[in-house]
Design a protein around this ligand. Sequence first.
Ligand code: SF4
Length: 243
Amino acid sequence: MQGEGPYVGVRQAFVRFSGCNLNCKYCDTDFSNPGTCDYEKGEGSGSFEKAKNPISALQLKDMMQPFKNLHSVSLTGGEPLLHTDFIEELDKLDLSAPLYLESNMTLPEQARKVKDRVAYVAGDFKLPEALGLENPEARETREAHIENTVECFRTLRKSETRDCFCKIVVSRDSDPASVVSAVDAIAGYVSCVILQPETRIESPEVGINAQSSVRSLIELQSMLLEKIDTRIIPQTHRMWGCL
Ligand code: SF4
């Protein structure tokens, strides 16, 4: 089940790619052991087998056979845009469900390569503070990051054949002004904005401390609703112990 954003609850097959070009403070992805991958043998069975990496697109299609009635196939990570050749191959295989790209939206050239192959784009806008770029000395890197992000949204924007929405992870350290400025930059390209309260999984105590207060999130949502449909949706899969 998709656990985040406006498609929460739809049935998906998840394809998790290894590696990422960023290093977010709240990252919960385990990049260790890319030599093998785990794949689930049946829907929700919790029973996994190992396969040697890299697997081919055709192998992946075979692995997906037991998964029925899918809304879409989630390409997630890590960062799937580091694997555009694979995504192109997968699309050519005529899967039973459309591709749903979950991306950090920082690789515009790669975004151009897959723009006609994905039907859904769940794009993050990584706030500078999530990447340690909030300080004055990081200005050039911060500006390049924002420019790349906006270019990715422009390239993968909503259209008649593709939905594109923006997810922003918000913690108590997030600067509301940087959230508003991010939304201003991409509002014309997306169907809605999701404010996702940060969840830290290393320790429940840290998780509570890292979260924004309900009140500050609602105030932020009020400001953004003037511009675009804005929803507050936490990571629901964490609530019921799903992967
Ligand atoms: S973009 Fe996603 S996978 Fe990459 S470091 Fe950030 S949270 Fe982790």
